[in-house]
Design a binder for this molecule. Sequence first.
Ligand code: SF4
Length: 277
Amino acid sequence: MPLTTHLVHQYLRHDKKFPHVWCPGCGNGIALGALIRSIHHLGYNRDDIVLVSGIGCSSRMPVYVDFNTLHTVHGRALTFATGIKLARPHLKVIVIMGDGDAMAIGGNHLIHAARRNLNLTAIIMNNNIYGMTGGQHSPTTPYGMRSTTSPYNHIERAFNISELIVTAGAGFVARGTVYHAEMLHVLIEKAIQKPGFSLVEIITHCHIQYGKLNQKGTHIDMMKWQKDHAVTVEKAQKMTIEELKDKFTIGVITDQNLPIYYDEYEKVKQRAQLSEK
Ligand code: SF4
């Protein structure tokens, strides 16, 4: 599908919610475009979609689009989404979170949503820092990097979001970048179509906070870094550990069919009704 802005604009709340809050060059707009194209391409009616988010720069995404939207509290987007899906199972519920929102404050919700295989799609924008709240380190800030709360270099090691969620038991996990925009909407489409819990981790850049604090250059330099360090899952299988040392993989990381929480819950209800007779 062509990367036209015309299509994306059809879904935006131009009249009420613009101008947006994002810095020029931020990757959030690219990710939002990929999400809109995925939903459009899959043929959903905009009323079939619920976008739920927590707090942070990327969590502003639902504010700007004309779907059913819920902008909730920090770290709790998955809990709201779980309730919506239980109450309205016919809706397609997509949760947008940043790395701090999803992995720190909401970390416990995330691993248990994956383990239960809740019928939700989670999209995590990973820019290695808390952007909106002032550049504090997050659970994905790499060791040795700087943030406003680690001005003498960060002493913790970073979570690998996708690997953590594979281990937590999700049926579908993929990783993309905002540089690889064409691939990104294909990955999001696959995640949305997958029954059960699906995750797309999006490697993006915060050139204003993380980039400035760590001399990473402009948003274009940071996107070039994504281009130079991303390797497809297929290519990585043919590379040595040494060759993969400063690389990360993009593509579908796991795709398996597992029991889905809501189906299992229906079975429990049926068993309970039978035992009452
Ligand atoms: Fe994007 Fe960083 Fe600006 Fe937030 S602070 S809008 S993440 S560039």
